[in-house]
Design a protein around this ligand. Sequence first.
Ligand code: 5GP
Length: 331
Amino acid sequence: MRIDPDRKLDFEDVLIRPKRSRLKSRAEVSLERTFLVPHSDKKITGIPLIAANMDTVGTLDMAKALAGHQIFTSLHKHYALDDLKAANISTDFSFVTFGIEDHDRIDGMMAALGADKICLDVANGYTEHFVDFVREVRRHHPDKIIMAGNVATPDMTEALILAGADIVKVGIGPGSACMTRAMTGIGYPQLSTIIECADAAHGLAGLICADGGCRMPGDVSKAFGAGADFVMLGGMLAGHTECLTAEQKAALKDDDMIEYYGMSSEVAMNKYAGGMAEHRASEGRIVQVAYKGDVKATVQEILGGLRSACTYVGAAKLKEFSKRVTFVVKN
Ligand code: 5GP
């Protein structure tokens, strides 16, 4: 056993110090970014927020709504190919998600959709098996953008980039519907995860997506301030019209509560895995969120908060933001 004596930080442990600025208004701030990726000559352009690949958030309706704001969606992996094809979603702003699965299926789906962004998502990205899988997917798809995770430390961020990931999804345990910390004791404070993994990724010309733990717009600013290239949101985008199935929409009342649940929760296991296997315990929570209406208003709040944060530190572009951020640690 060993104890790491360095203090590690979560979003709630810090604030961003205001700085003198030449900006007159938040309207002058540009949130759009263009990234080069390390493994192909592809570029990725947009506002670097990504709706989480959870079946209550990464929906086709969400992808349509967010693409209109130049925001990305990682579509959840339980859609049938025909549904994805029929939806005609923007490939510019959509990631197609897979777990560890058959390469023929991945190759077939990507070809049929004409999509160029792959999200390889497992709860625990620390296994050699996953690293080998990422390497193999890269071999099959030399010209695609690959995001892979989740991990929470620089060593594994580097391992995944070297294996073929362009973007490493970082976050073990911070999610609002996540019970990993409670059930296993495993985790890493998310702000420190972002700071340490961004440093590792950027050293290899790779990118990171900070996944989980943002509960309010200020947390999104802190994630970007810490060096995240992309920020993935689950709970903040849950409970909107775009999260609902057609049947749920038809029965909807304004004061309804909407169910948001982790993808390892009992609800998800019953839905997709034929129930909870005997050797497993649920690491996902079931949360009821009040119906929030269309996602547009929430998007405006998040982007408004981010623009304002950029203004407070004098960053005219999101690209400059983390360079201008000084965190102060609260007591
Ligand atoms: P949030 O934005 O709600 O704080 O976090 C969203 C993230 O939580 C997702 O992108 C995913 O990484 C993580 N997540 C989703 N479902 C589960 C689950 O059942 N268990 C755990 N441990 N994490 C989950």
